[in-house]
Write a protein that binds this ligand. Structure first.
Ligand code: ADP
Ligand code: MG
Length: 322
């Protein structure tokens, strides 16, 4: 290294966006269980709930607690509301909360599970943000560019370096909020059901992500002197959810769609999340995702742990290759 050149700062925190523009495909269930399992293994995990339905938030807080403790001051809505031309007036770090029951259940693993909660009134944020940037027809809208990069910039605050993983649970659409999460991410995970519409949707979603990344990087090039950085999120793969098994394999009607997605060239996790209407039913008892609630020997625990191991293998390999 030449004299005076500084070594690049290597951030060990990995940001993962969990996306699918369909609702009810298991995004939140996957985010909560993966986060809990990584924390159980001693990792420091931050979950960010960007969905106005707030299901991830309610995995860890009772709605009454949310109302009294979080609603006013401690939700991501406050951060979005404070955005002025892509710069937030509120520090994202001020919104981080530390849910009690789940952290108590981690025991002495050394892991940690934090959350930035959502707000039921986040529903209009996409419309409001779109209105503030205006100029829908302008491909080089600088206000939209700054808005797109806002979450990424916020997550680059040094306080977030203390985490190993940031998992972002996205709303079921590809609006500005989801786009800003994709731009903030190192990796993308796509939970999906194995059915016709989901298969179709994955192809579109892939296209949308690729298009967003290339448009954003074009803008980074145009604004080369500002603080925005080039992005290159990896699609880690599709996690098939709500799978019914027969003799140890997905039933053939579902296997057909899994194969279809593979044939598209989309990476697919080899571990599936099986359908289980009792365990994944809401509300989540005691604020604990299934992976922390179940006996370690239960089929669901084993499956979720295998999934977390596969997630770590894939993402760590991607991180090493980057
Ligand atoms: N593997 C599963 N088996 C059965 N029900 C599930 C499973 N995963 C999720 N669910 C249920 O399906 C609904 C949608 O799941 P959720 O994770 O909230 O999806 P999304 O975040 O994509 O909207 C929830 O009621 C959840 O409890
Ligand atoms: Mg959800």
């Amino acid at each position: 290294m030449a004299n005076g050149e500084r070594a690049p700062t290597i951030r060990s925190v990995q940001v993962v966006a969990v996306i699918n523009y369909k609702g009810g495909v298991g995004k939140t269930t996957l985010t909560a269980n993966l986060g809990a399992e990584l924390a159980r293994r001693g990792q420091r995990v931050l979950l960010i709930d960007l969905d106005p339905q707030s299901s991830l938030t309610f995995c860890f807080y009772h709605p009454d607690e949310w109302r009294t403790e979080l609603r006013q001051e401690r939700t991501v809505k406050r951060w979005f509301d404070s955005l002025e031309d892509g710069v937030a007036g509120v520090a994202l770090t001020d919104l981080v909360v530390h849910p009690g029951p789940v952290n108590a259940a981690l025991g002495d693993s050394g892991g940690q599970l934090d959350l930035i909660a959502s707000h039921l009134m986040l529903i209009d944020v996409d419309f409001r943000l779109a209105a503030t940037v205006g100029g829908g027809a302008d491909p080089h809208n600088p206000a939209l560019f700054r808005l797109h990069g806002a979450l990424s910039a916020a997550l680059h605050a040094s306080e977030f370096d203390s985490y190993d993983w940031v998992l972002i649970d996205c709303p079921p659409n590809f609006g500005v909020v989801t786009q800003s999460a994709v731009i903030a991410s190192d990796h993308i995970v796509i939970p999906a059901k194995a059915d016709y519409l989901s298969t179709l949707g994955i192809e579109y979603l892939y296209g949308h992500v690729a298009d967003l990344v290339s448009r954003y990087n074009d803008e980074v090039r145009r604004h080369s002197r500002n603080r925005h950085r080039r992005i290159d999120p990896n699609v880690a793969g599709v996690v098939f959810t709500m799978i019914q098994f027969h003799t140890g394999r997905p039933i053939s009607a579902l296997q057909y769609y899994i194969d279809q997605v593979r044939e598209l060239g989309v990476p697919v996790f080899t571990t599936y999340m099986r359908e289980n209407n009792t365990l994944y039913a809401r509300p989540v008892p005691r604020g604990l995702p299934a992976v922390l609630r179940e006996r370690v020997t239960s089929q669901i625990s084993i499956e979720l742990r295998t999934l977390a191991s596969e997630f770590l293998n894939i993402l760590n390999a991607e991180g090493a290759a980057a």
